[in-house]
Design a binder for this molecule. Structure first.
Ligand SMILES: [Ca+2]
Length: 362
């Protein structure tokens, strides 16, 4: 294990990390409906999926956070991208002991598409607010991104009313991702400072990586410090990650049961009976050479499997030099190691980008 001395080089790396995680204001523009739909559909008509969840503020009546999603159609600027719109509606919420108001909302959204021109002024934008032709009356003061989280601060507090129908709603505000929707927990903040967890929809964090061995086969730091478990999870740690170690539950014997359970302790989930991983997760397979070693394979976006034996190069070939359509039938025996035992499949939160998987492994 290489331990690097604490150095000024390391300190400057830390400073850089801090700079890159600082709040980043997104460019917000006002738009009108149905014009905004033309960004997503050549006929300017979009088909939407709506969901909503109540916000547990101290109020009677009804209130909700609405999540609206749609897909960019061929021939439109947003072809193949996913549109997301949100709206907080307190119009029919009635304060009980006081009139509650909401000041901001935080949602884990991930990368925001920044190449589309929503207001038609010729320059690209990141967030749009539908200030005419749609519901609501309150816009955004700002949208700030820190890491994967975006804080939407409303231009004025969104308040319940003294009787049904007297409360307020935000306008729809929207943004675009390359990833399809999944359920997340948004944080909605009252002006009192109280934060409420509310179900919403946002881009799925997980994704399936393509086979791209050049990232891993650098002949240096990445290749030599990331093993089959790193590769299967598509997460570079440079620590030769061991199943269960990050969770303090590392295997102690090289058996299927122990290594499989150690991976579960890391947060990976057994493959459902359907055979398909949920929530955009990636499918990986575990084998052991009992008492000697374990080995992992991953299913890439193209439908074929690949692996990275220890510190050697990532490859999509088995030990006989054949492409791997099924790791259970692949040749898994070499001169020294023979991974005879199939332990099962697991699902992990990988990513489309090499090395950027989201599981907490180490
Ligand atoms: Ca613009």
């Amino acid at each position: 294990m290489n331990k690097k001395p604490f150095s000024y080089l390391y300190m400057s790396a830390l400073v850089l990390v801090v700079l890159f995680t600082a709040a980043c204001p997104l460019k917000v523009v006002n738009v009108s409906a149905p014009d905004i739909n033309c960004v997503f559909d050549p006929s300017c008509r979009i088909t939407v999926t709506d969901s909503s969840a109540p916000i547990p503020i101290p109020a009677e009546g009804t209130n909700f956070l609405q999540s609206r999603t749609f897909v960019g159609k061929p021939g439109s600027p947003a072809n193949g991208l996913y549109g997301y719109e949100y709206r907080i509606d307190l119009r029919n919420a009635v304060g009980i002991t006081y009139i509650p108001c909401i000041s901001s909302m935080i949602i884990e959204f991930g990368p925001v598409v920044s190449t589309l021109d929503y207001d038609g002024d010729g320059s690209s934008d990141q967030v749009f607010v539908i200030t005419s032709g749609g519901l609501g009356s309150i816009g955004l003061a700002s949208a700030d991104k820190i890491g994967n989280e975006i804080t939407f601060t409303f231009s004025s507090p969104v308040c319940a009313g003294g009787r049904p129908g007297d409360g307020q709603s935000t306008y729809f505000f929207g943004l675009v991702s390359t990833k399809p929707p999944g359920f997340v927990t948004a944080k909605v903040k009252e002006t009192t400072g109280t934060v409420y967890n509310v179900q919403a929809r946002a881009p799925q964090k997980c994704g399936i990586p393509p086979y791209n061995p050049s990232y891993w086969n650098d002949g240096g730091t990445i290749q030599h410090n990331n093993n089959c478990y790193n590769y299967a999870n598509n997460k570079r740690t440079d620590t030769y990650a061991q199943p269960g170690r990050a969770a303090g539950a590392m295997y102690s014997n090289l058996t299927c049961t122990e290594v499989y359970n150690a991976a579960i302790a890391d947060g990976l989930v057994p493959l459902p009976a359907s055979g398909n991983c949920p929530d955009g997760k990636a499918k990986i397979a575990l084998f052991v050479d009992p008492g000697v070693d374990y080995h992992w394979y991953r299913l890439d976006r193209g439908g074929m499997w690949s692996h990275k034996p220890g510190a050697t190069q990532a490859t999509n070939l088995d030990n006989s030099g054949n492409p791997i359509s099924n790791p259970e039938t692949a040749d898994r025996c070499g001169d020294w190691l023979c991974y005879t035992d199939f332990c099962g499949y697991l699902c992990c939160c990988s990513d489309e980008i090499q090395g950027q998987g989201h599981e907490n492994i180490n």
